[in-house]
Design a protein. Structure first.
Length: 479
C-alpha cells in the first residue's frame, strides 16, 4: 500500500507564512483574497445541499437553519478556508478562477486517483492490465538501453538539495506556469474565456486546460497549505483545495542566477554531475552544430531542455509519449512519485490520439502530440484492449532517477509534495528527433521575422544542414 501525504522526515518543509505576516513583497493590497473572504462572509439564506455547495466553488458560512451537526462541520471548513486564503492568496485565486470557469468537478484523472486510493489503498499493482512488473533497478544506465531503468540514489548527486524550499528561496521571483490538467492536450475541452488575476498571477486557457502563471515562491506556499490542510487527496474537497502542477518550468536559462551557475557547473563537467552514470547523451554536440550555423546562443537553447516539475500530492500526468522521439530522465528530489510505463509495442492497445499537427508554440504550451484516451487507474469499459497491456511500475524515492527510452508511454502521479528534475536528451538511437525538436523550438521566431512561408523554408535549410552533419558524425556517444 502506498499512502498519500507527507511522510515524517521524508519531505523538505515548505514554509507557510503566518497570516499576520502575509503581505506582498512590493506592498500591493490583497485584492483577490479579500474578495473571496467577502463572498463567504456575505452569504445569506439556507445552506445549499452538498452538491450545490461544491459546485459553486465556495463554502458558505453557517446560518441558523439546518442541522446543528452540519453547521459545526461547515464552520470548520469555513475556518480552514479562511486560514488557507490568508496563508496562500494564490489558492484563493485558483478557486475564483474555477468558479469563473464554471468548473464544478475535479478532472476525471484526479477522481480516478482518489477512488483508487479508497478502493485499492493506493496499490498500483492492482491495475486492470495483463501484468504489472517493477522497472529494473541498477547502479548505472545499461549499455543496451531498450527499457526504462531506475538508477539507485547516490549521496553525491548534486541536485538532491534542490527542494521546493530551495527554489522558493533562490528563484522565488521567477514565474512558472502551472496546469489544472497535465500535460495539456489539444483535444481538451476549454474551461472558459481567459481570466486575469492580480497578485502576480494570470490565468489562460491553454489548449483547453486551465493554465495559471504565478511566482515560484507563491506556488511553494500553495503546496505547503495543501500539505498541511488537505494531505489525503479527498475528491470532495477538490474545489476547496484544487491540484495544480508545474510540469515544465526552466529556471536555468536566466543569466546570472544561481540556477544558471549550477547549470554551468554541470556543463563544465561534460553534463555528468546531474545525469545518471552510464548515460549516453549527444544533445549538447548537436545543439552546438545547429546554433553555430544560425549564430545564436547554444547554451540558452540547451538549458531550455532541463526542466523542474513541482506539485502537491495528487498531481497527475496523463498518459503520453514525449515529443520529438526524446529520451528522458526524471531525477526525484523531493517526495515520492509513482510512474506507470508502457512499451511502444502496447501502443495500439492504448487507443492513441494525436493525428493533428503539433502546436506551433509547443515549447511554451507543453502539449504532447501522442496521447492516450485511457485512464490508467480506472479505464473505461469501452477500451477493452487496455487489459492486454503489460505495465512497468516505478515508485521513485528522493535521489533516484528514472530513465525512459524514446517512444515509451508514461503516466505519473505525485504521492507527496514533489520536486523532480527532468532532462530530455538524444543520442545515436534517436538522433533524428533532435532535428524535430529544434525545428519546433525555432519555428515561431523564423515565421515572425520573415513571414510564414519564407521563415519555414529558411529554418528547414538549417535543419537539413544539421541532418547532413549528423550523418557524417560517426563518433560514439561516449566520445
Amino acid at each position: 500500500a502506498l499512502p498519500v501525504g507527507l511522510a515524517s522526515g521524508a519531505v523538505d518543509q515548505v514554509p507557510v507564512v503566518p497570516a499576520k505576516d502575509r503581505q506582498h513583497a512590493d506592498g500591493r493590497p490583497r485584492q483577490r483574497e479579500e474578495s473571496f473572504l467577502g463572498i463567504m462572509n456575505s452569504w445569506a439564506g439556507d445552506e445549499p445541499d452538498e452538491e450545490a455547495e461544491v459546485g459553486a466553488g465556495v463554502v458558505p458560512a453557517p446560518t441558523s437553519a439546518g442541522d446543528p451537526r452540519r453547521k459545526t462541520a461547515t464552520d470548520k471548513r469555513v475556518q480552514d478556508m479562511r486560514e488557507a486564503v490568508l496563508s496562500s492568496p494564490v489558492l484563493a485565486q485558483m478557486r475564483l478562477l474555477l468558479a469563473e470557469g464554471r468548473i464544478d468537478k475535479p478532472p476525471p484523472e484526479y477522481v480516478s486517483f482518489c477512488q483508487h486510493l479508497a478502493e485499492e489503498q493506493g496499490d498500483f499493482r492492482r491495475l486492470q492490465v495483463a501484468e504489472v512488473v517493477d522497472v529494473c533497478r541498477a547502479r548505472k544506465v545499461p549499455d543496451s538501453f531498450k527499457e526504462p531503468v531506475v538508477v539507485e540514489a547516490r549521496s553525491t548527486w548534486r541536485p538532491r538539495r534542490w527542494t521546493m524550499a530551495f527554489w522558493s528561496y533562490e528563484c522565488g521571483e521567477q514565474v512558472c506556469r502551472c496546469f489544472r490538467r497535465y500535460p495539456p492536450f489539444a483535444t481538451d475541452a476549454p474551461d472558459a474565456p481567459d481570466a486575469a488575476g492580480t497578485d502576480g498571477g494570470s490565468a489562460q486557457s491553454v489548449s483547453g486546460a486551465r493554465a495559471f502563471d504565478m511566482r515560484v515562491d507563491e506556488f511553494a506556499k500553495y503546496v505547503g497549505v495543501l500539505r498541511d490542510m488537505e494531505p489525503t487527496c479527498s475528491q470532495e474537497n477538490y474545489l476547496v483545495f484544487p491540484r495544480f502542477f508545474v510540469g515544465g518550468w526552466c529556471p536555468f536559462g536566466v543569466a546570472g542566477s544561481e540556477a544558471r551557475s549550477l547549470w554551468e557547473e554541470d556543463l563544465r563537467s561534460g553534463r555528468k554531475l546531474w545525469a545518471p552514470p552510464g548515460l549516453q547523451d549527444l544533445t549538447d554536440r548537436w545543439v552546438k552544430m545547429f546554433c553555430a550555423a544560425m549564430n545564436v546562443d547554444w547554451k540558452e537553447t540547451l538549458a531550455s531542455m532541463d526542466r523542474m516539475q513541482l506539485g502537491p500530492a495528487g498531481s497527475v500526468s496523463r498518459l503520453h509519449v514525449e515529443n520529438a522521439s526524446a529520451h528522458t530522465w526524471h531525477g526525484q528530489i523531493q517526495g515520492r512519485r509513482a510512474f506507470v510505463l508502457f512499451s511502444p509495442k502496447d501502443g495500439p492497445n492504448l487507443y492513441p490520439g494525436g493525428a493533428c499537427e503539433e502546436s506551433q508554440d509547443r515549447g511554451q504550451l507543453e502539449e504532447r502530440v501522442r496521447r492516450s484516451a485511457v485512464d490508467v487507474l480506472r479505464p473505461s469499459k469501452g477500451l477493452p484492449k487496455f487489459r492486454d497491456c503489460r505495465a512497468l511500475l516505478a515508485i521513485l524515492e528522493p535521489g533516484e532517477i528514472l530513465v525512459v527510452p524514446h517512444g515509451w508511454w508514461l503516466y505519473s502521479v505525485t504521492l507527496e509534495p514533489s520536486a523532480t528534475l527532468t532532462r530530455r536528451f538524444w543520442n545515436m538511437a534517436n538522433k533524428d528527433g533532435i532535428c524535430e525538436e529544434l525545428e519546433a523550438m525555432y519555428r515561431e521566431n523564423f515565421e515572425s521575422q520573415e513571414g510564414a512561408e519564407e521563415g519555414r523554408a529558411r529554418l528547414r535549410t538549417y535543419i537539413e544542414k544539421l541532418r547532413y552533419k549528423q550523418q557524417q558524425d560517426y563518433s560514439s556517444d561516449e566520445d
